[in-house]
Each structure stands twice: as structure tokens, then as C-alpha cells.
Design a protein. Structure first.
Length: 115
């Protein structure tokens, strides 16, 4: 059973930056994929970014492209999301996702961007 622990959320002003981390443990393997999704109040969960364990093929939602950067330290089984030029519409609960056969989710971390 894979466990995911997220950190790094918080409150930031528009234009600011935050860095999210998600560490995976327990039953992790190679060739996995990790990513981030977010859910704003009253909205459905949406894809943000994902990356493969090798660091290859990072992929972003159009809404964050050019502002967010996903990276991975596969020695630590940890994925990061560097979020720059944050906007109020980025406010959401951000959840980490780990895919290796099954889908695993973290508990989520709140990101609030004030205008």
C-alpha cells in the first residue's frame, strides 16, 4: 500500500510562489508516474501536471503551463510542484497522485491565493 504525504501549501498573494512536495512510501516501485490535481470549491477535480519516475515527459494543464514546474527526485520518491505567478483562480486543494498499477491519492493540501 502506497502512502503519500503532501506539504507546502499555504496562503500567498497573487503573483507569489509556493512549492508543493509529495513523498511516496510503502510499496513503491519503478516506472511509476506521479502528478498533481486540484479541486476548487464547487468545482470538479482537475488535472494540473504529471511526470514519470525517470523525470521524463512532464505534462501540464494549459491553465498552468509556463507558470508551474513539476519535478521528481526518484531516489526520494518525491514529486515537487513549483508554482510561480500564482493567481486567485489557482486557489484549490492540491492532491498528489501516484500511479503504478493502481491509483493512489494524498490527503490534499490547501493553496489559497489572495488578490
Amino acid at each position: 500500500q502506497v502512502q503519500l504525504v503532501e506539504s507546502g501549501g499555504g496562503l500567498v498573494q497573487a503573483g507569489g510562489s509556493l512549492r508543493l512536495s509529495c513523498a511516496a512510501s510503502g510499496g513503491t516501485g519503478s516506472n511509476y508516474r506521479m502528478g498533481w490535481y486540484r479541486q476548487a470549491p464547487g468545482k470538479e477535480r482537475e488535472f494540473v501536471a504529471r511526470i514519470y519516475w525517470s523525470g521524463g515527459s512532464p505534462y501540464y494543464a494549459d491553465s498552468v503551463k509556463g507558470r508551474f514546474t513539476i519535478s521528481i527526485d526518484n531516489a526520494k520518491n518525491t514529486v515537487y510542484l513549483q508554482m510561480n505567478s500564482l493567481k486567485p483562480e489557482d486557489t484549490a486543494i492540491y492532491s498528489c497522485n501516484y500511479v503504478f498499477g493502481n491509483n493512489y491519492w494524498g490527503q490534499g493540501t490547501q493553496v489559497t491565493v489572495s488578490s
